[in-house]
Design a protein around this ligand. Structure first.
Ligand SMILES: C[S@@+](CC[C@H](N)C(=O)[O-])C[C@H]1O[C@@H](n2cnc3c(N)ncnc32)[C@H](O)[C@@H]1O
Length: 402
């Protein structure tokens, strides 16, 4: 019997790996030229944590609490590795917002963006938010950060993270489809136009300071929204679910935010991260979770051909729209935690052939990173065997004046 016909209940154990993969997953790996033995590394690839800037003086305390050595990642500031079996969620350091779990390869994708002071940054697939929090830290006390995700409940988790790590001050979060999102950073509203609405303090059309407490009317609207659409947004207008005091939203009219007509090439974002939805096959931790979720769900979530086709289309759309919102001279990073060529190099090729003002760029900071070149020069690939991290693909672009 061909393994494609193997019932899901009959699973195959990859050499040295305790996970019983369904035959269909092994076929997926084979079709994409991926080596299943990388999953045998689940028990040896370290876990990575990021220490919040300012908390480095607590390292000894953290080691004491986690009962392990925090091994500094020399090529990635603020990151440490710990043995894979160590759980951080029960620790005070985690609960008090001093550390969070984030793979080193994910940290690399953020660093590749080269965020500098005063930048206006867009994170087009932001949830659950580890990269968003790191971006917020890199921004410091200038610029702005806009996080977008189509899944409301996942974006709400981002909001919780921003609060927990005290990094939401310059951030705004929109539930929206990243493939069509079109709101530009606040500078296009505030810095280039006088705002006639700033004086109308009690005007409901003007954004007052954010409060988590909602009026009865707002709660009712939210309830209606969530019963109408559990995950997917229904209306075409992005829904603002959080904004920080210095995110540029407070004091503006809704009209200024939603109906500004500026030119992305001049007023667009300085930095755009498109950490696109993908099959997650490069993420050892994600694949391991199917043990609890049930291997049969792997077929629906990862292997379904129809879903994969629409995923490839979505990835190209997200990249194209992220690039549209980038200003000339700005930087965009496209990343996925899939290791298939189809979701990475092929998407990049299609994108470049349709966008003449896009130019692939060398990731200069990567000189001493433990990764290898992707199938297109200047792109990068992290994988468990080469890098001792989760799998990740990174491509960096700039926008040329046309
Ligand atoms: C790989 S995850 C992003 C991880 C995130 N960057 C982080 O570091 O935590 C991909 C995200 O894309 C979101 N997504 C899927 N389709 C989308 C769309 N059309 N527009 C915006 N986000 C989308 C998913 O809800 C998911 O949260």
């Amino acid at each position: 019997m061909d393994s494609a016909d193997t019932p899901l209940s009959v699973c195959n154990v990859v050499k040295n790996c305790s996970l019983p993969f369904p035959g269909a997953f092994l076929d997926f790996l084979e079709e994409n030229g991926l080596d299943p033995s990388m999953y045998a590394m689940i028990e040896s690839v370290p876990r990575y944590i990021r220490v919040k800037p300012g908390c480095e003086s607590h390292l000894l305390e953290m080691e004491d609490e986690l009962k392990c050595k925090l091994q500094k990642i020399t090529w990635l500031p603020g990151f440490f590795s710990i043995p894979p079996q160590i759980q951080i969620a029960g620790s005070k350091a985690y609960q008090q917002g001093k550390i969070y779990g984030m793979d080193a390869a994910s940290g690399a994708a953020v660093l590749a963006l080269n965020v500098s002071l005063g930048d206006h940054v867009l994170d087009l697939c932001a949830a659950p938010g580890a990269k968003l929090c790191m971006l917020a830290d890199l921004l410091g006390s200038s610029g702005s950060l806009t996080g977008v995700d189509i899944a409301r409940h996942r974006l709400a988790a981002c909001r919780t993270m921003l609060h927990k790590y005290f990094v939401g001050d310059r951030c705004r979060l929109f539930v929206a489809d990243g493939a069509s999102f079109s709101l530009l950073p606040f500078r296009s509203c505030v810095e280039t136009k006088p705002n006639p609405c700033m004086t109308g303090k009690n005007d409901p059309e003007i954004f007052a300071e954010w409060t988590g407490k909602r009026s009865w009317g707002d709660r009712k609207k939210a309830k209606a929204r969530s019963s109408a659409a559990t995950n997917q947004i229904q209306s075409s207008q992005p829904e603002l679910i959080f904004y920080g005091r210095h995110s540029g939203v407070v004091g503006l009219c809704k009209n200024d935010i939603y109906n500004a007509v500026d030119e992305p090439s001049t007023s667009g974002y300085d930095r755009v991260l498109v950490d696109a939805e993908c099959t997650h096959d490069g993420s050892l931790k994600h694949i391991q979770k199917f043990e609890n979720w049930g291997w049969e769900t792997l077929e629906r979530r990862v292997l379904d051909a129809k879903r994969t086709d629409s995923l490839l289309h979505l990835q190209l759309q997200l990249l194209t729209n992220g690039f549209r919102l980038l200003r000339v001279g700005g930087t965009l990073v496209y990343s996925t935690c899939s290791l298939t060529v189809a979701q990475n190099e092929d998407v990049v090729k299609q994108f470049l052939s349709a966008n003449y003002s896009a130019e692939l760029q060398e990731v200069e900071v990567a000189a001493n990173w433990p990764c290898r070149s992707g199938g297109i020069p200047k792109t990068l690939r992290f994988d468990p065997k080469t890098s001792g991290t989760s799998g990740l693909f990174i491509a960096k672009f700039t926008k040329l004046a046309s």
